[in-house]
Design a binder for this molecule. Structure first.
Ligand code: MOS
Length: 752
């Protein structure tokens, strides 16, 4: 008799990632781990100018080199297509121009050819031997953004200009965030296979279903002839959400040569060809009464984008609902530069946006001589004032209270340079954070099998955040089946359509679909086991049931004898009881059905401590306390990892990260992990993460909104506010540099 283990309620427990052993043992296959017979290797040739035209492309020497199969460029790549407009959540890409579409170069590193050879080394060597000449012009990679276009109004209420004029206390400052490059350790990669009729694409992508739809369009085949597989990813941070040209090149080459083709982009291409967070420039105007009540909030932002594409970094995303103010206006604009197309990077919009807004709030607190937490609490709204909707679940005030307690905020003395510890000057700063909540549409299937195991499948993917684990937990919770008997299948576009791993929305989106699918499968077990009297068992799990011959009863009402649920399936000669589920998109706002209209967001409070040694100009982030209000936390272990990782990224954003374009060539010159600095272990402060864990039942039955991006929101402003507190220098242009601090430090002067 099979064992019947009553699974513990694992939701909210700290279950380790179920895919962890595969990852640490090397058993997890990433895209570039696929080695197929006859596989060829592709290496792109990248433009060495940022603006101009190709005048000649000579492949003759390269073609004669050993192992070369083909060199593709505009003249011989064959027909590639632009996509039709996106529908629903699918059909997205950032760089709309198919590779090699014309001879115009619009950014440094743009692909001009791709070499395919028997080995990677051969392809690499020949790529260097392709001779390309250009007529180049001086590119525009300006760091100060200007546009003559009419600004686009993103949100507005009241009369912000008038209210600002008459406000008792005002801040009017401009903030800059630099271009930042996603640097997942796993490079973008694809192994493309063409079988004469259909493609199988092993890709590192945050969205297998979207990838399939876009690739089919660009390659000119039916979507059913494309299958995208992405079982494991070494992260993406938004850079792998959508299709990039190298994938299209590799697939086209595979079709043309009738051989599998592998293409892994280089680290330097990561800085050129696969998106980045664009530079932002944001003017923020805040006006308050003498006692700190906001009367006007204006945010006017610009971001750069590429020549052909209109990527908008939505810096106002969190602004309109964050604070109470009767008068508000947010405007946006884009500036086209000779750079690759930007894309979403962890917390797109809100992350640079909250750097500006929360820095301005701190400047306001200084002017008001008011505690920065008190200023925020004073302006806490009762509803979302941008649309009049109630909040589904908002506990920002409690985030600050809990965080202040944990951080020891009451010990803070506000004067610059006034706090010291072990001979170091301390700076303490704080900031609010917020991020979107809601759901994408999602489908899933559940199979409860006659061997006592269960499977849940969804065409979403796990980018390292814990999706495999959380879906196993959900299915275990719904069915009572032990976790070690549950298989989770993700990362395949042939599975029921699932969402992109983006927006921190996978958990919230997929839960309702899995739940419904589980219900369907359970129902089928009841139908198999009972003669129609299912009502008696409504709401029960398969593991609650015991069967004696043809009679089914609840375990808690009868002795534990008889057969388990799966034995009934065996007796009935049924391999599996299956169910499928589908849940619609839901973002709660004015677009939702009337009764379902809520303002759905996650919140948090960030606290940062820096230490400052003016004698040697040494600044460190020593301590971070983060309190997150993100609904029910399905599994605090990966959830905490997400916030910790985001905080580390926030240290990088505040102090280190900046993609630098060389003004003459337009090349991103710090295009490697030595010159582009990300925060490392040595830069990492002690990080204390707390989740408030209030279920948001508007989003799904468990009340989980999801985490991932929110931890990066606000953190840079908390750090630079701490820098101000320690040094007296207000850093409005990230990253904060030593040269910003030396010579200007009031604290330094005080000591000198
Ligand atoms: Mo995230 S920037 O939605 O991958």
């Amino acid at each position: 008799m099979a064992t019947r283990v009553l699974a513990p309620n694992t939701i909210g427990g700290g279950l380790p990632r179920i895919d962890g052993p595969l990852k640490v043992s090397g058993g997890a296959t990433y895209a570039s781990d696929h080695h197929l017979p006859g596989m060829l290797y592709a290496v792109p040739v990248c433009a060495t100018i940022a603006k101009g035209k190709i005048t000649s492309l000579d492949t003759s020497a390269a073609e004669k080199m050993p192992g070369i199969q083909s060199i593709f460029h505009r003249a011989n790549i064959g027909r590639l297509y632009r996509t039709s407009p996106a529908q629903g959540i699918y059909g997205y890409l950032d760089e709309r121009r198919p590779p090699f579409e014309d001879d115009t170069i619009r950014y440094y590193g743009q692909y001009v050819a791709v070499v395919v050879a028997d080995t990677f080394e051969q392809a690499q060597a020949a790529a260097y031997a392709v001779k390309v000449t250009y007529s180049g012009e001086k590119p525009n990679v300006a760091t100060h953004l200007k546009t003559d276009d009419e600004p686009k109004v993103e949100s507005s209420r009241g009369k912000p200009e008038d209210a600002f004029k008459t406000a008792a206390v005002k801040v009017d400052e401009t903030y800059w965030t630099p271009p930042e490059t996603h640097n997942p350790i796993e490079l973008h990669s694809i192994v493309a296979v063409w079988d004469g009729q259909a493609f199988t694409l092993y890709e590192s992508t945050q969205g297998v279903v979207n990838q399939r739809i876009v690739m089919a369009q660009m390659l000119g085949v039916a979507p059913e002839n494309v299958r995208v597989i992405s079982r494991f990813l070494g992260s993406g941070f938004g850079g792998k959400l959508f299709v990039w040209p190298h994938s299209v090149m590799a697939a086209a080459a595979a079709r043309s040569l009738n051989s599998p083709v592998k293409l892994v982009i280089s680290r330097s291409m990561m800085f050129q060809n696969v998106g980045h967070r664009p530079r932002t420039q944001q003017r923020v105007r805040l006006g308050t009464t003498a006692d700190g009540k906001l009367v006007s909030l204006q945010q006017d932002y610009l971001n750069h984008t590429s020549i052909l594409d209109e990527y908008e970094e939505t810096c106002g995303e969190a602004t309109a609902y964050l604070y109470s103010t009767p008068n508000l206006k947010i405007t946006s604009g884009v500036v086209h530069l000779n750079v690759g197309t930007p894309t979403a990077m962890r917390g797109p919009g809100a992350v640079p946006g909250l750097f500006a807004i929360e820095s301005a709030m701190d400047e306001l607190a200084v002017k008001l001589k008011m505690d920065p937490i008190e200023l925020r609490l004073k302006n806490e709204p009762e509803k979302d004032e941008s649309n009049g909707l109630p909040f589904s679940s908002r506990h920002l005030t409690e985030c600050f209270k809990v965080g202040a307690e944990k951080f020891g905020w009451s010990q803070r003395t506000p004067e610059v340079g006034s706090m010291k510890k072990n001979g170091l000057i301390l700076g303490w700063g704080t900031a609010s954070c917020a991020w979107i909540g809601g759901r994408f549409a999602a489908s899933a299937t559940v199979d409860l099998k006659s061997d006592g195991t269960a499977r849940v499948s969804c065409g979403t993917q796990d980018i390292g955040t814990g999706t495999y684990t959380i879906l196993a937990q959900v299915l275990s919770e719904k069915t009572g089946i032990a976790l070690d008997k549950i298989e989770v299948v993700l990362g395949d576009s042939s599975l029921p359509e699932g969402p992109i791993s983006g927006g921190s929305l996978v958990t919230s989106s997929v839960i309702p679909a899995v739940s419904q699918a589980a219900q369907g499968a359970i129902q089928m077990i009841f139908m198999t086991a009972t003669d129609g009297d299912q009502a008696a068992f409504a709401g029960r799990k398969p593991t609650d049931l015991a069967f004696t011959n043809q009679r089914v009863h609840l375990k808690d009402k009868a002795p534990e004898t008889g057969f388990a649920w799966h034995e009934i399936l065996q007796k009935a000669n049924v391999n599996a009881a299956s169910g499928s589920g589908r849940a619609d998109e839901y973002f709660g706002g004015p677009e939702a059905k009337e009764k379902e209209r809520y303002s759905v967001h996650s919140y948090g409070a960030q606290f940062a401590e820096v230490t400052w040694q003016p004698e040697i100009a040494r600044l460190r982030v020593s301590r971070v306390v983060t309190v997150i209000d993100s609904g029910r936390i399905m599994n605090p272990k990966p959830a905490r990892n997400q916030i910790e990782g985001a905080v580390v990224m926030g240290v990088g954003m505040a102090l280190l990260e900046e993609t630098k374009y060389e003004p003459r060539s337009g090349a991103p010159i710090n295009n490697n992990l030595a010159d582009y600095m990300v925060a490392t272990n040595a830069d990492t402060p002690s990080i204390d993460v707390t989740f408030l864990d209030y279920p948001d039942k508007v989003v799904n039955e468990f009340g989980a909104r999801g985490v991932g991006e929110i931890g990066l929101a606000g953190i840079a402003a908390a750090i630079t506010s701490a820098v101000y507190h320690a040094t007296g220098v207000r850093v409005r242009s990230l990253p904060a540099r030593i040269e910003d601090l030396i010579g200007h430090s009031e604290a330094g002067k005080l000591r000198a």
